[in-house]
Ligand binder design. Structure first.
Ligand SMILES: [Fe+2]
Length: 148
């Protein structure tokens, strides 16, 4: 199955958040490669662990930045973050606890779909606010929004 690639259409108006999204996509592709090439439990488990941690880190950063640039009604977005990160964390826990079937190719494809849909729909909806805050939004430069 094709690897997901970041492209300009996924841009959300913040270089910091775009870079986070690239990292998440890269981790998903690594996870996909690791399962597809039959890597050991340790390798797959550790990629999954890093992905779960980065998802959480990124979502908190994105939430702080959305609030800082004045995006309205961020509760629904926050709820989707919590649901997504809970699913990834549960998957990591089940896999690391030894449930081999917890992570098959379908699950990895599902993760890719959730994440790319989330970026393309919900994340892109805050783009006008990020753009209004300027290209330096989130970079901590020019006294704009500091990177959480
Ligand atoms: Fe988001």
């Amino acid at each position: 199955m094709a690897v997901v690639a970041w492209d300009d259409a996924m841009g959300v108006g913040s270089s910091v958040l775009d870079s986070d999204h690239r990292i998440l996509i890269d981790l998903l592709n690594q996870l996909h490669d690791a399962t597809e090439t039959g890597q050991s439990r340790e390798v797959v488990g550790s990629v999954l662990g890093v992905l779960a941690e980065y998802v959480e880190h990124h979502f908190r950063r994105e939430e702080v930045m959305m609030a800082a640039v004045g995006v309205p009604d961020i509760e629904a977005h926050r709820r989707q973050h919590h649901a997504l990160e809970a699913r990834v964390a549960a998957l990591r826990d089940r896999y690391q606890a030894g449930e081999r079937g917890a992570l098959d190719e379908d699950v990895v494809m599902l993760l890719k779909r959730w994440l790319t849909e989330h970026i393309m729909v919900l994340d892109k909806s805050y783009r006008p606010w990020m753009e209004k805050a300027g290209p330096q939004a989130g970079t901590g430069k020019r006294g704009t929004i500091a990177v959480p």
